[in-house]
Design a protein around this ligand. Structure first.
Ligand code: MN
Length: 209
């Protein structure tokens, strides 16, 4: 989509876990800037005919002049559009069904999964993201990426992502990234994650922009 996607919730509805001002700036300024710069970069090319995540998954086709702009801003657009979907108010708790079984199978237990995911997010140096993704064999995997890179660039389909750029948490948490990571579990929309997991297992990436 070429315009800023509307959120399914109000800016203040994630408090106290994410404050309203952070949400407002993150969505209306940061995400908007990625969109504006992405479409400026691809103007005059045929890239607008493809979904942004499809372009990210095959960057070899992109010319050198616009490569960095496409990667960083296209990635920012895909990542944030995805992030807003898997968080929300009245969320948190635990997954169930196939998703929980797969988490237990892959990581030992739900608590072990959370610890491994938090560790991936805490140890991502500088700006980036931590992810839970489905690989080409349908298995769950935890990774992290730098900047605005997305798991599709490594042949993975994300089902959870957490933004660990300072702009995502600094107003409320300052340097305390681990506290933000702990709070994140209160806003994970497990119904949406399960929906994306069921698609990702079938290699269906249609839920990504
Ligand atoms: Mn961000």
């Amino acid at each position: 989509m070429t315009t800023l996607p509307e959120l399914d919730f109000e800016y203040d509805s994630l408090e106290p876990h994410i404050d309203a001002k952070t949400m407002e700036i993150h969505h209306s300024k940061h995400h908007q800037a990625y969109i504006t710069k992405y479409y400026a970069a691809i103007e005059g090319t045929s890239l607008g005919q493809k979904k942004v995540h499809e372009i990210l998954s095959d960057l070899n086709d992109i010319s050198d002049e616009i490569m960095n702009a496409v990667r960083n801003n296209g990635g920012g657009h895909v990542n944030h559009s995805f992030f807003w979907k898997i968080i929300g108010p009245n969320a948190g708790g635990e997954p169930s069904g196939d998703l929980l079984a797969s988490i237990n199978d892959s990581f030992g237990s739900f608590n072990d999964f959370k610890a491994k995911f938090e560790n991936a997010a805490a140890t991502r140096f500088g700006s980036g993201w931590a992810w839970l993704s489905v690989d080409s064999n349908g298995k769950l995997i935890i990774t992290s990426t730098a900047n605005q890179d997305n798991p599709v660039m490594e042949g993975l389909l994300p089902v959870i992502g957490i933004d660990v750029w300072e702009h995502a948490y600094y107003l409320n948490y300052q340097n305390r990234r681990p506290d933000y990571l702990k709070a994140f579990w209160n806003i994970v929309n497990w119904n949406k994650v399960a929906e994306f997991y069921n698609l990702a297992k079938k290699s269906d990436s249609s839920y990504l922009i």
